[in-house]
Design a binder for this molecule. Structure first.
Ligand code: SF4
Ligand code: SF4
Length: 78
């Protein structure tokens, strides 16, 4: 399945995605903006507002990464 995440190598920490999310599915942890996959409705608002394309990121997973684990990423998991 796909998980919506932000790319830590492109994100500049501007918070536009957090402000744009009607579900409040994005929060900042350790300065990283992380999507809660259980809450995200895939509306695309954050992707439209992101100035760098970092929010336009989807990875294939077997189980969702928590926001806490995402916050420790320096690059996308392989
Ligand atoms: S796609 Fe929509 S619901 Fe999901 S994190 Fe972005 S703004 Fe929030
Ligand atoms: S809008 Fe994009 S660049 Fe800004 S914090 Fe969110 S993911 Fe990072």
């Amino acid at each position: 399945m796909k998980q919506h995440v932000t790319d830590p190598e492109i994100c500049i920490g501007c918070s536009a995605c957090e402000l744009a999310c009607p579900q409040k599915a994005i929060k900042s942890l350790l300065g990283r903006y992380c999507v809660d996959a259980e809450i995200c409705q895939n509306c695309g608002n954050c992707i439209e507002e992101c100035p760098t394309g970092a929010a336009d990121c989807f990875i294939e997973v077997s189980t969702y990464y928590s926001q806490e684990s995402q916050s420790e990423w320096t690059s996308l998991p392989t």
